[in-house]
Design a protein around this ligand. Structure first.
Ligand code: E4P
Length: 219
């Protein structure tokens, strides 16, 4: 299973990268705004920096609303770096843009997916990745992980190459369930990655080992 980090924060990306388990990065307009990026040139430079840091897929979101504009934006974003994956919203115009991008060899990540049928459409249009948002479904008392399970089934029935990125992850259980279901990727906020590392029994056990080691003569 691949781990992406869901952030545009360079320190968090660097810290996750240093762990040796990072396979990519996803950003979105909200995460970009959170970093204080206020114009398109700064956005492009920031995405380039992330690509150079991780040398792995980096999702950058297109924000146009028509297929024509999404395609133009996708071409611009893809020209930033070979690692850029263009995030395209799950709309009719978005699907048309995904198809053209696929034909041109531009990688896409269809975002804001909330149903298995949306994921099926995205895969049929030629999306490289689809991103079901599990946390936002849980927030409205639906089951995010149930949608992921259905997408895993559908994609395996028809042998789609499209990879599933479990997105909008809120806690370690989302990651555990995604792994058990066989989702290809989880895109995880840094705070949740840190939670995955820690276990209280590891902390207690390490403290005891270090304390006992002090009793051993150092000669
Ligand atoms: C995915 O690519 C999105 O950036 C992200 O996972 C959305 O998460 P949120 O629901 O916590 O904003």
């Amino acid at each position: 299973m691949k781990f992406f980090i869901d952030t545009a924060n360079l320190d968090e990306i660097q810290k996750a990268h240093a762990l040796g388990v990072l396979d990519g990065v996803t950003t979105n307009p909200s995460l970009i705004a959170k970093e204080g990026i206020r114009h398109r040139e700064a956005f492009r430079a920031h995405i380039k920096k992330i690509c150079e840091m991780v040398q792995a897929p980096v999702s950058a979101e297109a924000v146009s609303t028509t297929a024509e504009d999404l395609i133009a934006e996708a071409r611009e974003l893809a020209a930033i770096d070979d690692h850029v994956v263009v995030k395209i919203p799950m709309t009719e115009e978005g699907l048309k843009a995904v198809k053209v991008c696929a034909d041109e060899g531009i990688k896409t990540n269809v975002t804001l997916v909330f149903s298995p049928l949306q994921a099926l459409l995205a895969a049929k249009a030629g999306a490289t990745y689809v991103s079901p948002f599990v946390g936002r479904l849980d927030d409205i008392a639906a089951s995010g992980m149930q949608i992921v399970s259905q997408i895993v089934d559908i994609f395996s029935n028809y042998l789609f190459d499209t990879e599933i990125i479990v997105a909008s992850i809120r806690h370690p259980m989302h990651v555990l369930e995604a792994a058990r279901m066989g989702a290809d990727i989880a895109t995880i906020p840094y705070a949740v990655i840190a939670q995955l590392v820690r276990h209280p029994l590891t902390d207690v056990g390490l403290e005891k080992f270090l304390k006992d080691w002090e009793k051993v003569e150092k000669i």
